[in-house]
Design a protein around this ligand. Structure first.
Ligand code: HEM
Length: 567
């Protein structure tokens, strides 16, 4: 259906009126906007920003304009970028109440997520209720209950790496168009681990198969799609609200995003329905979704279809499905890609690998695997993990916050509704805070003989910003750090890994960590592209411990009522 002349005129008048109101309000403020690159009328800086890979340009602007700069994407979307830890702490921590909302991208949130995706919800009742509900499953205390599963899953991962990881160096395994990786590639083995952890806490199910993993594949498809669709400035209708009024025939993004929503609901809604089906048969599921549905039913809200909250404040089905789904999205590739970056850093810095391996050998020996109890005695290992997070933060620009009201910072106006970005990349690459910032130097965090603090927030004692800020701080940081510790300590302990050799020169072929575009993906979560590595046990003794631990794990899965591994 095409628009009539009257409709087009009405849209144009409304648009002009809103623009006048917007600029009058802005000009009436005694404060000026932060400095920033000059844009062009109407479009602002839209064409100067690479929507899918903005961070290199943002770092350049940070060097030019300092701790805070301003952009405009389209006629009125203000974007304020904070480039120092001090500025981000002042706004996101000290004034957290005023900077904890989101200005979600229209297509990704309103249409694709039916306004229900936790990570984009404004700082209002729906978000507060959803976030509170998750605290009992993934908060700092409850996340400790997950450690037995992390311990067992890491045994499985080690076994998989030494059993199949040799193929990842010889076969030409290519990444698919949506970032899918072949099922036996070592990237998949790591993804299986991280997704299985969040699946079990949210839905009480493991990812127990190595191949034909329907859920794993679907989750990564949803993720690959989300990381692109959600990047600010990616759609014209994100930047120009007037386009949102167009009919479907002129708004292909809307039609596509509705399809994406149906597809997402097939996954997140399907997982919810499985648990509801079990409950109707009297099978209880001890997991976030199962426990939530049980409590909701006890409160008289057994059936609560639709979006938002019930009158008495329970998450309805779609909001519940997206809340659990957000944890799967937020916890899978972020953690997996950190492990993949860690291996890349080790290959690129053999002297660090040698030093960390010596530490693990000295503390753990070769008769057993490392355990969580070893952590205080492995300060160099923790320093290597922290340095990986600093050097290659998965969510490289964080998730943008939003200003609740007009705010002033050091005399600059941050207009109400601005998208406010904590530029994690610029902060982590700040040469004052981190001298020689592009160098990979775990020594920054390491003091011999002293445990290395994780120091990751949310409120005090912070020394890196990989998990974001304030009230929106990553809710799964404790789970992430525990996974990184148990997997990477065991990897260093028992697994030899190496890059392929160039047939002509004999030198190892390792992706260049300084070549952003060639080595790391674009999108809101920027992860290493698939690369070749071969894995094998370090010795016969290590091999037999790894095999026995995997076999013992099978009995333990049964005791926990979870599926055993199919290989
Ligand atoms: C290395 C791994 C991870 C990294 C780097 C990471 C990073 C982040 C970042 C930057 C944010 C946005 C914070 C902000 O708005 O300021 C976030 C939010 C979130 N993360 Fe993580 N995360 C990781 C792992 C996890 C895990 C394992 C889970 C769950 C078990 C998780 C659950 C969440 C949730 C639920 C949010 C949404 C917070 C909200 O909007 O209220 N994350 N994460």
């Amino acid at each position: 259906m095409a628009l009539s002349a009257t409709e087009l005129t009405a849209i144009a008048i409304t648009f002009s009126f809103l623009a006048v109101v917007h600029y009058r309000r802005r000009n009436s403020s005694p404060y000026k906007l932060p400095p920033g690159p000059k844009g062009i009328p109407f479009f602002g800086n839209l064409f100067q920003v690479d929507a899918l890979r903005p961070y290199p340009k943002f770092r350049e602007w940070a060097k030019e304009y300092g701790e805070i700069f301003h952009l405009r994407l389209g006629p009125w979307q203000d974007v304020v970028v904070l480039n120092t830890a001090e500025a981000a702490d002042e706004l996101f921590l000290n004034r957290s109440k005023d900077f904890s909302s989101r200005s979600p991208p229209h297509v990704a949130h309103d249409i694709m997520s039916a306004g229900q995706r936790l990570v984009f919800l404004p700082y209002e009742k729906e978000w507060k209720t959803a976030r509170r509900s998750l605290q009992s499953a993934i908060g700092p205390g409850p996340s400790k209950r997950l450690r037995p599963a992390q311990e067992l899953e890491s045994r499985v991962l080690l076994y998989d790496l030494v059993s199949h990881g040799d193929q990842s160096i010889v076969e030409e395994l290519k990444e698919g168009p949506n970032g899918e990786v072949p099922e036996r590639h070592w990237f998949s083995l790591i993804r299986r681990y991280t997704t299985s952890i969040v699946m079990s806490v949210m839905y009480g199910k493991r990812v127990h198969k190595l191949t034909n993993n329907t859920y794993l594949n679907m989750i990564y498809e949803v993720l690959a799609n989300f990381t692109h669709v959600a990047q600010p400035g990616n759609y014209i209708a994100d930047a120009f609200p007037v386009f949102r009024t167009l009919p479907d025939i002129l708004a292909p993004w809307r039609v596509a995003a509705r399809k994406m929503h149906e597809w997402e609901m097939k996954l997140w809604g399907g997982l919810l329905k499985d648990i509801q089906g079990d409950m109707s048969k009297g099978i209880a599921s001890d997991c976030y979704v199962g426990n939530y549905l049980k409590q909701r039913a006890e409160a008289g809200q057994e059936q609560a279809p639709g979006c938002g909250l019930t009158d008495d404040g329970w998450l309805k089905d779609t909001l519940l499905a997206y809340t659990a789904g957000t944890v799967l999205e937020a916890g899978s590739d972020t953690t997996a890609s950190t492990m993949q970056s860690f291996i890349l850093m080790m290959l690129a810095h053999p002297e660090v690998l040698q030093k960390v391996r010596a530490e693990v050998d000295r503390v753990v020996g070769s008769d057993r695997m490392p355990t969580f109890e070893d952590e205080p005695n492995l300060p160099y290992l923790v320093a290597c993990i922290k340095e990986t997070l600093r050097r290659r933060p998965p969510s490289i620009m964080g998730i943008p916050h939003s200003a609740h009201e007009d705010e002033v910072y050091k005399g600059y106006l941050i207009p109400k509704g601005s998208t406010v970005i904590g530029n994690i990349w610029a902060i982590h690459m700040d040469p004052v805070r981190f001298p020689n910032p592009f160098a990979y130097q775990p020594e920054r965090w390491y003091t011999e003989g002293k445990p290395t603090r994780w120091g990751s927030g949310p409120d005090s004692d912070r020394d890196h910003y990989v998990f974001g800020w304030g009230r929106r701080f990553c809710q799964g940081s404790h789970i992430a750090e525990a996974s990184l510790f148990i997997v990477l300590s065991r990897l260093i302990w028992g697994v030899q890994f190496e890059a392929p050799r160039d047939p002509k020169t004999g030198s190892p072929v390792i992706p260049d960590i300084n070549d952003e575009a060639a080595t790391f993906s674009d999108g809101i979560v920027a992860v290493p592209y698939i690369y070749k590595v071969g894995f094998k046990s370090r010795s016969e003794k290590h091999a037999s411990i790894i095999k026995r631990s995997f076999e013992d794990a099978q009995a333990e899965w049964q005791v926990l009522g979870l599926k055993t591994d199919e290989r």
